[in-house]
Design a protein around this ligand. Structure first.
Ligand code: GAF
Length: 394
């Protein structure tokens, strides 16, 4: 067994042990990973493309059915419990983690799929609030586990959509489909080029000789639900409706050109123009980045990652001082091929493609300087690309 699988097995065994301490019976264990995204940010809900991958950090759910309608949950790392009846399902206000599970349960109820109550223990090593989709990991783990236990034969894509709706309805974040798709559909050593409009996708090999993926966590906890994410969505759809008045075939920013923005959006509102122009550029940038990847031109891909960061920071305005600092710190370092903030923004991680031999020195250096500058320590995770949601113990 390789190191990664061994680590997964250990967490799964820990979840099973916790389950047996808290409940009776033998659980199954489902693992569902967090995600990275190489390029293509905030493009998913605009009908564009994204280039995510599942990582070797995941949520683990040890779970078994009950004979009644009750749901009993334990978050082992947080040492918290939560119970509710299937018949009283609703979002809970004061604790957030149960919502990701309950939101997924609610999708089965909505589809009138027969369900029973269940006991579950959650353990996750996806850092919370770091932009690595810890919530999507829990949603996908729950959806997949319930589907297994109830023998539903749901297709993976259907489970992706159910998990996304769980986030909308129980976490109040009108997210696109990227996070749940990456968690559920990830493939080891591959990124997923996903067309978020047609949902067609290709796995693109992503194992770069001598280069590793480094995530630097600002430890600024972002809260997507804190309205800015939903505001960006509204700004983008405002641009689309202004353009649609003149070009009725336009349904999303995917079909929009910068000339259309010049004509129909810029004269009306500079801010909306800036937001939507970033998205139009980002969708194009991703297409060209995929060509770089195909040609093996990693330097060119890296330059595009920096360009994406600049757009997210100055045009889409979803960065923060800490993220900007981290990207500036590595921008002229020859060992760093590309870097940018990743995910929804306002905190969380930067993603960096770093030459292996320079990795340790870089982490040491940036950790020290970041601490001096912001008075708090960053975290560093070297991640590898893993498979998506699966059952790993039964
Ligand atoms: C968050 C959302 F959940 C995704 O759907 C995506 O929009 C991302 O922010 C930004 O690219 O992770």
């Amino acid at each position: 067994m390789d190191e990664i699988n061994k680590a997964q097995q250990e967490i799964a065994e820990r979840a099973t042990k916790k389950f047996r301490e808290a409940f009776k019976g033998d659980p199954i264990v489902v693992r569902s990973p967090g995600r990275i995204n190489i390029i293509g940010e905030h493009t998913d809900y605009n009908g564009g493309f994204v280039l995510p991958a599942a990582i070797d950090k995941a949520a683990y759910l040890a779970i078994a059915l009950r004979d009644d309608d009750e749901i009993h949950l334990v978050a082992a790392d947080l040492d918290e419990n939560f119970s509710i009846s299937l018949n009283e399902l609703k979002p809970v206000g004061d604790v957030s983690w149960p919502n990701y599970i309950l939101g997924s349960v609610a999708q089965f109820v909505k589809k009138e799929i027969a369900l029973k109550g269940f006991n579950a223990v959650l353990i996750s090593d996806v850092p919370i609030g770091a932009g690595l989709s810890s919530s999507a990991a829990v949603e996908c783990a729950t959806t997949y586990a319930l589907s297994e236990l109830m023998h539903t034969n749901l297709e993976r894509l259907e489970m992706v959509k159910m998990s996304q709706t769980a986030e909308h309805e129980y976490a109040g974040v009108m997210c696109g489909i990227m996070d749940q798709f990456a968690s559920m559909m990830g493939k080891q050593d591959h990124v997923i080029k996903l067309d978020c409009r047609s949902l067609q996708y290709d796995y693109v090999p992503f194992k770069l000789e001598g280069i590793k993926i480094l995530l630097l966590d600002t430890n600024v906890k972002h809260s997507l639900a804190s309205s800015e994410y939903n505001t960006r969505r509204k700004e983008c759809s405002q641009a689309v409706s202004w353009i649609k008045e003149h070009e009725p075939r336009i349904n999303s920013l995917r079909d929009v050109t910068e000339e259309m923005l010049d004509k129909y959006v810029l004269p009306k509102d500079k801010l909306i123009d800036k937001r939507s122009r970033f998205i139009v550029q980002e969708i194009n940038r991703l297409q060209r980045a995929c060509e770089d990847l195909q040609r093996g031109d990693i330097k060119s891909l890296g330059r595009k990652m920096f360009a994406t960061h600049d757009g997210l920071s100055k045009m889409y305005e979803v960065s923060c001082d800490e993220l900007d600092y981290m990207v500036e710190f590595v921008r002229n370092n020859d060992a760093v091929i590309g870097a940018r903030m990743m995910g929804g923004g306002f905190g969380g991680c930067t993603i960096n493609l770093v030459k292996e031999e320079a990795m340790d020195a870089l982490i040491k250096d940036i950790s020290l300087q970041y601490l001096k500058h912001f008075g708090k320590k960053p975290d560093a995770y070297i991640v590898s690309i893993s498979d998506g949601t699966s059952r790993i113990l039964s």
